[in-house]
Design a protein around this ligand. Structure first.
Ligand code: RIB
Ligand code: CA
Length: 311
């Protein structure tokens, strides 16, 4: 039995690498892709999704344009991390295909209703499309098998400001609605993604892999590693979104997790967008369904699988 997955993303360099990971698996059906604002505007992230799916051999995947802005606040920019075109200023051929007429939220709801309990969802951008999908279909958490979100920072510092992670901070209201909805939820947060990095040696090994998929992905990561080298002080880069994709497909990679309800700070002057968990020895009773917060993975195995996906 393979995996049927809907990907909601804001490509975005690490989103691109996540799509490469999924596309390389013959047992994975990418039933649809929703694009959302975040690393760039939604017109650009939609176009990038089409170009990436053609690059990675999944040109037949429906791509739907999603939200162009958060539910409440104004969008932020991430051009320093992902470049002006969202892909490290690497040019891919113009897409042969075009987005479907449905919105990302409508596509997700339709696909979930078609196979109740069998569709997995990977969300690696701001959660606005999922928030809108919940408004269309409040029973979405029962129609979806699993939801894996790249987002949040539970016992780790933020990456957009001191306490908030970018996907959650880009639309805190949507994230709070998603975390409250009752999904079977895995949260792949900065706690683990900032400790599971593509090292300089790994990036160099990728440069030795022939073929357009590897060559273009290596070029994306050159830009991304330039940014993250400034964050880490050595040449390496976080692999946020591909790690979330790997957790969805290969849960055995998870070596440590927390099981706790997750809430989002919506009104904090300094902490808006922060993901909050009650990690006290005796946490208060909570009616919110707990999430599995992934705090440890087999990084070596993940990076090996990631490289294999690009061979
Ligand atoms: O905080 C990292 C997340 O924000 C990743 O998904 C990255 O692509 C951006 O969307
Ligand atoms: Ca992303």
């Amino acid at each position: 039995m393979g995996t049927r997955v809907f990907v909601d993303c804001d490509p975005g360099i690490d989103d691109a690498v996540a799509l490469a990971y999924l596309a390389a698996r013959s047992d994975v059906e990418i039933a649809g892709v929703g694009a959302v604002f975040g690393n760039n505007g939604v017109e650009r992230t939609s176009d990038n999704a089409l170009r990436l799916l053609e690059l990675y051999g999944r040109a037949d995947t429906p791509v739907a344009v999603g939200a162009s802005r958060p539910l409440v606040q104004r969008p932020r920019s991430a051009r320093a991390v992902h470049g002006g075109n969202g892909l490290g200023d690497v040019e891919l051929p113009a897409p042969a295909g075009a987005p479907v007429a449905e919105s990302a939220a409508e596509l997700l709801v339709r696909l979930a209703r078609e196979t109740p309990g069998a569709l997995d969802v990977l969300a690696v951008g701001p959660l606005t499309n999922l928030g809108l999908a919940l408004r269309l279909e409040p029973d979405l958490p029962t129609l979806v098998r699993r939801l894996v979100v790249m987002g949040g920072a539970v016992r780790a510092p933020g990456n957009t400001g001191t306490h908030a992670e970018a996907n959650v901070a880009n639309d805190p209201e949507a994230a709070e609605a998603v975390f409250a909805a009752g999904f079977d939820l895995d949260l792949v947060a900065l706690d683990v993604t900032m400790r599971t990095v593509a090292t300089a040696a790994w990036l160099d090994e990728l440069k030795g892999v022939p073929g357009e998929r590897a060559e273009r992905t290596s070029a994306f990561l050159d830009f991304y590693a330039d940014f993250y080298s400034g964050v880490f002080g050595v040449r390496q880069c976080a692999m946020h979104d591909p790690l979330a994709a790997a957790v969805l497909l290969d849960p055995h990679l998870v070596t440590e997790s927390l099981h706790t309800p997750i809430r989002v700070e919506l009104s904090g002057t300094l902490t808006r967008g922060m993901t909050v968990a009650d990690l006290r020895p005796r946490p208060r009773r909570d009616d919110r369904r707990p999430a599995r917060v992934v705090t440890g993975v087999s990084g070596t195995e993940f990076l090996s699988r990631m490289l294999d996906a690009l061979r």
